[in-house]
Design a binder for this molecule. Structure first.
Ligand code: NDP
Length: 267
């Protein structure tokens, strides 16, 4: 039996077990594989727990993605550049680390069409994944954060611009992405309205990584008549890619996607 899990803290809200188990069932794999969740308080225990539970693979969510990168045996190039791992795969006694948030985000914005420039709000782990993904497509990226500290995360990235709210000079961007948790458990915008409104007036698309909720950010985007979406497709695609990595790319992605889409609707 292959066992997979998602590690995080908290983890009880995670929809990953529902997505993966429905897909495993519909792919005819439920007799040989199951997916569960594990609340892990101490990130330094991540890989020892992975081994103790005899897992074949795992997903890693807040706040352990950086610990996953530090502790895996072999990190793929994208994960290493982003600085975080959200998917672990056990292969030949080694644990491999991947980041499927970045390609998941790219798939989620595919139907927006051509994007030449983007403003990313927030400078945490998700901002790094989104920024890396956009840069890989040749998009001009600016990162905007309320405080200075985490902007240092972008100092080693080439061809990025970044600013805190006080220093920001504005500009014209095709896409605006909210990667902060503003709006998740509150009704806050990720940046002051007077800063966002002129940006939205010139933009074409808005994307919020928060899913399952019409956030103030998305409401403002709608009021500014921007094409917009929440983070549910990013969540979906990062999971589709992760499940296929657990099986070394041997599964049919279209089938995984159809099952996981159904599982998301069941929520
Ligand atoms: P981090 O803690 O690494 O970063 C959070 C960032 O948000 C920081 O830059 C912080 O600024 C900023 N921030 C937090 N609160 C506010 C606020 N009220 N106003 C303005 N800025 C704020 O978080 P992550 O990057 O790990 O996660 C961010 C979000 O992305 C979470 O909500 C998570 O659930 C979601 N996510 C969604 C995914 C999906 O598949 N849809 C995938 C991965 C993550 P400062 O530096 O000043 O503290």
């Amino acid at each position: 039996m292959m066992i997979f899990a998602v590690f995080g803290n908290p983890i009880s809200h995670s929809v990953s077990p529902r997505l993966h188990n429905l897909a495993l069932g519909e792919l005819g794999l439920s007799r040989e594989a199951l997916y569960t969740r594990y609340e892990l308080a101490d990130g330094s225990q991540l890989i020892s727990k992975f081994k103790e539970l005899k897992l074949s693979g795992a997903n890693v969510t807040v706040p352990h993605k950086e610990a996953a990168l530090a502790q895996c045996d072999i990190a793929d190039e994208t994960a290493a550049k982003i600085g975080s791992v959200n998917t672990l795969v056990s292969r030949d006694d080694k644990i491999y680390g991947y980041n499927t948030d970045a390609p998941g985000f790219l798939r989620a914005i595919e139907d927006f069409g051509q994007i030449n420039s983007a403003l990313i709000l927030g400078a945490g782990g998700t901002a790094r994944a989104v920024a890396y993904a956009l840069k890989s497509r040749g998009v001009r990226v600016c990162v905007l954060n309320r405080s200075e500290g985490r902007l240092a995360n972008f100092a080693e990235y080439e061809n990025f611009s970044w600013a805190n709210f006080a220093e920001f000079k504005g500009g014209k961007f095709d896409l605006v992405v909210n990667t902060t948790s503003a709006g998740l458990k509150d009704e806050n915008l990720p940046a002051p309205t007077e800063l966002l409104r002129p940006i939205f007036d010139e933009a074409k698309f808005a994307f919020d990584v928060i899913y399952g909720k019409k956030t103030p950010f998305l409401n403002l985007a709608a009021a500014s008549r921007l094409a917009h979406k929440d983070g549910s497709e990013m969540l979906l695609f990062q999971a589709v890619l992760a499940l296929n990595l657990f099986f070394d790319g041997s599964l049919d992605e279209a089938k995984i996607q159809a099952s996981m889409q159904k599982a998301l609707r069941l929520g």
